[in-house]
Design a protein around this ligand. Structure first.
Ligand SMILES: *Cc1c(COP(=O)(O)O)cnc(C)c1O
Length: 222
């Protein structure tokens, strides 16, 4: 019941335009089912193998989001069912997603991950790299028929300094707004994925439309 009530509390505090991804990484299927039975239909995982096992075990009306760093050689494992890949950070990866999506006659939605934190350990594109990538997708659209880049994803620095976090999220929102006007058949910016358990209310203030909450729903991970 605890999972259901935490889920309910978060959901009832969210603005209507904000989507909640329940981040269930490391958690057992029983926990996911509890969230499912409380109405949750979008789950996020950061390991392709684990997500695929849970996809097989869980009801089929779930949207599975890959929120972790994706290795090119593993895309084929999830290409048949993944709904949204949050952490795309290279043309090479986009090409592979396109290729694997084509095999299943699908269009896979992707978010480009932008590096907004000050930590070196975080992944993501710089603003310059982002614009270069979008340019290539526009110019070479016929070679990318099986992907749809629907927005951006970012992670703020791991810090207790709320103002710094706010500044980083504001920066991502600014970049998102610049890109929103870029239109092509494989670029349609509607989703800004930012905010986790500890910082999602700041992210929503900055304009997030999708939050990824794990420990706030399922409790701490080991
Ligand atoms: C684990 C993870 C989350 C959720 O983190 P919590 O702090 O548990 O809410 C969100 N986004 C990404 C990319 C993650 O890896």
């Amino acid at each position: 019941m605890q999972i259901a009530s935490k889920l309910f509390n978060i959901k009832s505090s969210l603005p209507e335009n904000v989507t909640l991804v329940a981040v269930s990484k490391t958690k057992p299927v029983a926990d996911l089912l509890e969230a499912y039975n409380a109405g949750q239909r979008i789950f996020g995982e950061n390991k392709i193998q684990e997500m695929t096992e849970k996809h097989a075990a869980m009801p089929k009306d779930i949207e599975w989001h890959m929120i972790g760093h994706v290795q090119t050689n593993k895309v084929k494992v999830m290409a048949e069912y993944v709904s949204l890949i949050h952490g795309v950070d290279s043309l090479k990866l986009l090409s592979e997603i396109n290729k694997q999506a084509a095999k299943h006659n699908r269009i896979i939605e992707c978010l480009l991950q932008i590096w907004i934190a000050t930590e070196e350990t975080k992944f993501g594109l710089s603003e310059t790299e982002l614009h270069e990538l979008l340019q290539i997708l526009q110019n070479d659209a016929n070679n990318f028929n099986n992907i749809n880049v629907v927005g951006l994803m970012g992670m703020a620095s791991y810090t207790s300094n709320r103002e710094q976090i706010k500044t980083e999220f504001d920066n991502l929102k600014r970049i998102f707004d610049v890109c929103k006007s870029t239109k092509s058949k494989n670029i349609n910016f509607t989703i800004l994925s930012m905010g986790m358990s500890d910082d999602y209310s700041i992210a929503i203030d900055s304009g997030s439309t999708m939050i990824r909450v794990g420990s706030g729903i399922f409790g701490n991970r080991n």
